[in-house]
Design a protein. Structure first.
Length: 502
């Protein structure tokens, strides 16, 4: 009951005219920041941070939190409409969102993304409200072995992403892992895989550069080739009847929404994990447990619902270690943490005691930001649909310019623009040769996280590999991951043995 009383006080703060106005404005700004390739919530919050010094600290964090939420919603827009991930958190949405748009179901994909984001955000805020202190302790129980086991579990789901062609899937994963190792060694500091001694590789390969190249440039090249010069415009329309039909179909995805929400929130509370691994893992698990896994990557609505529920849940989850432990759960919350310190608010357990009005005002504002982001997103769906009706001769140059800008913005280095163009050609060739793109993209995200946690674990155990199996949590996760890896192999062996017998 005490929690409900504190939350009601928080709503009084969140619904003050200034704070409510900042929530609505922040959600709208975040929506368009998230939709712009290469920007995302990190750059949006960083760019607008100086503006917050004009308002009180509580209002400032409420505004930045609303931008964060809006950007999580907005990332799906360019992923679905143009096939260009607005941010790393929306890459998994591209896998099925873009094929749906090409089939004339862009409105259904956008409604699915918006509703799944709302459900994921709502569930995560409820969990945040009710179980903040205990969940913070669970996050602390996760050391390097547990983090590595979680990454292995994510890689185990990748095998399902490639369908029945396991060798091509494994090859795609290994390519992604090699690219994730480019840069400086995390322990010795020695340069490694600096191709042709180009200094641009010293900062590693930016994930967004790879994703935008493969899914933006690669998709455009594929469309030009398959259309033979005459690209048919999408027949996507939006109407009340179609929207109601989409909502009715979404009712059947409630299990996927719940899975994505809880998984995303759990991954989000782990320090330094963030929303990207959560969304990718949710997509992999949704495909692994689906009755029709072969339809994923071709326009399955569950392939949009799972990552969108997960990345919004993770965005709330990543705020938990920031507020309770002073440990940012994602790059965006690291910027929020810096802002809090500047405003004289010291994150940690005492924050909930000494600054109750701030904490509960922020939590209440997340409920409001989640609702307004949903309403704004749905209101703009007709405008987003209009983009698909543009002639391809106009749309292609726009996509190309957005890709170039998205490749340049993260590092402000022309090296990344050239790299993005190369990845676009590679993505086109991989698609032409029927190699799965998803595992390579996912591996380059989780590769650095897996390497860091593995090396920290082995250094701590003096090279003993059993450290991953001796701890209860990591051991359980590792066993589950091994089972997931072995199951498809057993299936292939059985199919081959049946074929030989026949």
């Amino acid at each position: 009951m005490e929690v409900l009383g504190l939350l009601s006080d928080g709503f009084l703060i969140a619904f003050e005219p200034l704070n409510l106005g900042l929530v609505i404005f922040g959600a709208a700004v975040g929506l368009f920041i998230g939709a712009m390739p290469g920007l995302g919530s990190v750059n949006g919050v960083a760019i607008l941070l100086p503006m917050t010094f004009l308002v009180p600290p509580t209002s400032a964090v409420i505004f930045l939190g609303a931008i964060y939420y809006g950007a999580m919603y907005g990332g799906a827009i360019s992923s679905i409409m143009l096939g260009i991930p607005g941010a790393s958190t929306a890459v998994a949405t591209t896998f099925d969102g873009r094929p749906m748009a090409l089939k004339g179901e862009a409105d259904k994909a956008l409604v699915a993304a918006a509703l799944a984001s709302f459900v994921g955000g709502t569930i995560s805020i409820i969990l945040f409200t009710a179980f903040a202190p205990p969940l913070a302790e669970v996050a602390l129980a996760f050391g390097p072995p547990e983090e590595f086991a979680l990454m292995i579990l994510a890689f185990a789901t990748f095998v399902g992403l490639g369908g029945d062609d396991i060798p091509k899937t494994m090859f795609s994963i290994f390519i992604g892992l090699v690219l994730s190792a480019v840069g400086f060694d995390i322990v010795s500091g020695e340069p490694r895989l600096i191709f042709f001694d180009l200094t641009g590789f010293s900062h590693g390969i930016n994930f967004l550069v790879l994703a935008i190249g493969i899914y933006g440039i690669g998709e455009m090249l594929w469309t030009v080739e398959t259309s033979r010069g005459s690209v048919a415009m999408s027949s996507a329309t939006v109407s009340v009847k179609r929207t109601m039909a989409a909502l009715k179909e979404l009712m059947g995805t409630w299990k996927t929404m719940l899975m994505g929400s809880f998984l995303g929130y759990f991954v989000g509370i782990l320090p330094a994990a963030g929303a990207t691994p959560g969304s990718l893992m949710a997509y992999g698990i949704a495909k692994t447990v689906a009755k029709d896994p072969e339809t994923f990557g071709k326009g399955n609505i569950n392939g949009v619902v799972a990552p969108e529920a997960a990345n919004n849940a993770a965005s709330t989850g990543s705020m938990l270690p920031m507020l309770t432990l002073g440990i940012p759960g994602s790059p965006t919350t690291a910027i929020l943490l810096g802002g809090m310190v500047i405003w004289g608010l010291e994150p940690g357990p005492m924050l909930f005691v000494e600054h109750k009005e701030f904490v509960w005002g922020l939590i209440a504002s997340l409920y409001a930001a989640n609702l307004f982001a949903l309403l704004i997103n749905i209101a703009f769906i007709p405008a987003f649909i209009a983009v698909l009706r543009l002639p391809f001769t106009i749309l292609a140059p726009i996509i190309f310019v957005l890709c170039v800008v998205g490749g340049y913005v993260p590092t402000l280095d022309m090296h990344d623009v050239w790299l993005m163009l190369i990845f676009g050609v590679v993505g086109y060739l991989m698609r032409k040769l029927d190699y799965p793109l998803a595992p390579a993209v996912l591996a380059i995200v989780l590769g650095p996280l897996a390497e860091r946690s593995m090396r920290q674990s082995l250094i701590g155990s003096h090279g003993d590999m059993m450290t991953f199996f001796e701890r209860p949590i990591s051991g359980t996760i590792m066993v589950i991951a091994i089972i997931l890896l072995v199951m498809p192999l057993i299936k292939v062996i059985r199919q081959r043995s049946k074929g030989e017998t026949a």
